[in-house]
Ligand binder design. Structure first.
Ligand code: SAM
Length: 302
């Protein structure tokens, strides 16, 4: 809850009590998409109920920067509209987004016995000196959903795509058709993760990006808490702005989410990548180079 008067007209995304009003504009925007043609008023009410019921009790074991109810609403909308057999997620941390994806998947009737509904990748196994376990929110709050989850730690998307056929094949076997990226938000990581997604998902898939307006969030935190704002981080914003295909920018309470559709040609992906890679890296040159990734490698065999 924001207390600072200067911020009274902006959303953080956490205002669950404002979910109905805070998502009405994004519903109108999504209703204009062909992919949402079958989603009617009852479906939207169901999506709102799913978000409210997930966030109604305190979430045990959460840490890091989890998704908000506003983000979750945007994610659930795409789950309901596209009804994927499985989903690929990058960036797990405590696992709030993982738990929500599995929870919403069950409520929407998308889980199937013997099939992993969610394949999640994270760079780490533990976080910080307290050694908080990546993904612990699912285990602590929704242990019944664990059989539908494939958690892959100490891996990155380019690593999985380029060097780990075991991981790639296990994910592809479950026919994923939706992606969710909430990992390193500094350019070029969201770009690299997006390119890797193009290798794993069919062309009619959507890839959801979280923290596309993370600077808005950080500036609000600075005003609220009186702390310095970190250096700019616009990686997710850059991808959704430059993407050459269909895209949707979150609005209202979903302001920090965007979705891009992979319905583009290899040539369009190539020129998008070349354009985006011209923007200076936010992670520092050495770290950006150490990913060792090239456009040629990512687009190989497309
Ligand atoms: C913001 S947190 C994710 C929050 C999570 N989605 C949630 O709702 O609880 C970002 C996570 O991304 C992971 N990460 C950072 N860089 C990564 C990379 N290049 N590939 C995969 N995971 C990465 C971090 O270890 C961290 O756990």
């Amino acid at each position: 809850m924001i207390k600072n008067r200067l911020l009274k007209d902006i959303f953080f995304g956490t205002e669950i009590e404002k979910l109905d009003a805070g998502t009405s504009q994004v519903i109108s925007i999504l209703n204009n998409l062909q992919d949402f043609a079958d989603i009617d008023r009852k479906d939207w009410e169901n999506i709102l109920d799913i978000v409210k019921s997930f966030f109604k009790s305190p979430i045990k074991g959460r840490f890091g920067g989890p998704i908000t109810p506003g983000d979750a609403f945007f994610m659930a909308a795409f789950l309901a509209a596209k009804r994927p057999k499985s989903v690929i997620e990058v960036g797990v941390c405590a696992g709030v987004s993982s738990a929500f994806t599995l929870y919403a998947g069950r409520k929407l009737g998308l889980l199937k016995e013997g099939r992993k509904f969610l394949h999640s990748i994270d760079l780490l196994r533990f976080h910080g000196p307290a050694k908080n376990e990546v993904g612990q929110v699912v285990r602590l709050n929704h242990p019944d959903l664990l059989p539908y989850w494939n958690l892959i730690v100490e891996t990155t998307m380019p690593d999985a795509v380029l060097h780990r056929p075991d991981i790639l094949n296990a994910i592809r076997a479950d026919q994923p058709s939706l992606g969710f990226i909430d990992a390193n938000h500094m350019h070029p990581w969201p770009l690299i993760d997006t390119l890797a997604m193009t290798r794993m998902l069919p062309k009619n898939s959507w890839v959801l990006h979280q923290d596309t307006q993370v600077m808005e969030r950080w500036l609000a935190n600075s005003v609220e808490l009186g702390v310095p704002c970190p250096t700019p981080c616009r990686g997710g914003n850059l991808v959704s702005t430059l993407w050459p295909g269909q895209k949707v920018i979150g609005w209202g309470m979903c302001y920090n989410m965007a979705a891009i559709k992979l319905d583009v040609t290899s040539e369009e992906i190539r020129s998008f990548s070349e354009n985006a890679f011209q923007y200076p890296p936010e992670v520092g040159n050495a770290e950006a180079m150490s990913t060792g990734i090239t456009i040629e490698e990512i687009l190989k065999d497309k």
